[in-house]
Design a protein around this ligand. Sequence first.
Ligand SMILES: [Zn+2]
Length: 216
Amino acid sequence: MTEEVVLEPLPEEEKLELKMVIYPDASLKWKATGLKEEDVKDPECKVKETADAMIETMYKYAGIGLAAQQVGVPYAIFVMDCNWPTEGEQNAEVFLNPVIKEYGKGVVTLNHPGEGCLSTPYGFKAQVKRSERVRIEWRDLKWELQDEWFDGLDAICVQHEIDHLHGHLFVDRISRLKRDIFDRKVKKARRHYINGVKRVKREIAMMKRADKRGRK
Ligand SMILES: [Zn+2]
């Protein structure tokens, strides 16, 4: 007989706050650490809390999938809800230690403009060739082994998220030409950001000087 795991909602103060990691942060290259049954049952590991916080973060940023590396967590976890927000109801699923066991024969790409990623908010999307169907095996939060085929958007999302767990992004799977466009967009966005920070710092310094003069 197996011991039953009781999963209760957490009190507000026990909730984890996760921050979205943005490319080119190093954690996006992490290879996820597989979880063990004792990790999931050990309250110190906070696996359930992490998964809950990941779901919350995914909805907050209006994503349909989120991998642990995107919030700086090294575990092999991803969460997914491809029906939201179109159908309104939130029904996210948690995947621990997911492994692709089989690929269907066909190839699909997400309709134009294609895939994007919450960790690459640079206004860049691209069509990536994916298997139209995949069979994956994973553990749920009760450590029960699950095995299922996914197709359509679910299949694309599953492959995108499992890529994250191996330290890969969708932009690692596009042509050199498209990758150059992406790299230029990132460079430009970072330059804007750095210039913005410099401007804010200058303005603060000016205000401080004016404040000093005013007090004289
Ligand atoms: Zn992503």
